[in-house]
Design a protein. Sequence first.
Length: 249
Amino acid sequence: MVSLSVVMIVKNEAERLQKCFAQLDWVSEILVLDTGSSDSTPFLAAKLGASVHHQGQWQGFGLARQQAVSLATNDYVFSLDADEIVSESLKAEIVALMQRDFMGCAYRVPVKSYYLGKPIRFCGWQNEKHLRIFDRRLGNYNEALVHESVNTTQAIRELKSCLFHHTYPTKAVHKAKMKLYGDLGARKMLARGKSSSPFVAIMHGCFTFIKMFLLQLGFLDGWCGFLLCKTTAWGTWYKYFKLWKLNAS
């Protein structure tokens, strides 16, 4: 049976760690890379049994996840965030695969997301799956500042059971995260030679709202769906507006 390390990057997640860790008593290692918490996150993570490390200078999500993966002591890693909770069925499915050495494959995990505490069934979130389990000898995250992903030479399969993602407990948290993603996304596009303008920013924001709320049936998620689509559209506008500002500087 192969051992598994859960690897996490965290910042100011003291309020969420307890629930996340409660569903991880079956793994041999929880490795936490703290990226600059000002609360009790590192202390609490260590108290709950994690191996805690501290990042130096922040260089984006991709490099942070690379570092967390490189610090694991087991070859197979399960990349997790503090606002995610492993379901009982997912736990059973992963444990069964551990007994078969994961069949030498990497795995995408289905994600069921919650917004403001409510389950989201549409808005483009309904078929969310992410590659989270892989052999770190054969792959790792790319260096993207934001919206990082795993590159691996392994065959990739999909699990059936889901991970519960309790994202954005408040509108303020959502907007702050969209601003962070917008800043990083604009820098990423600038490095790729992209340009923008106020008009382009407005058009991208409008298209995001129309896509999520109408084409991806976000209106069926009610008021929470509207708020999710609206704030995400604002985040898209902000990213392209920020790019325009960077172009002009």
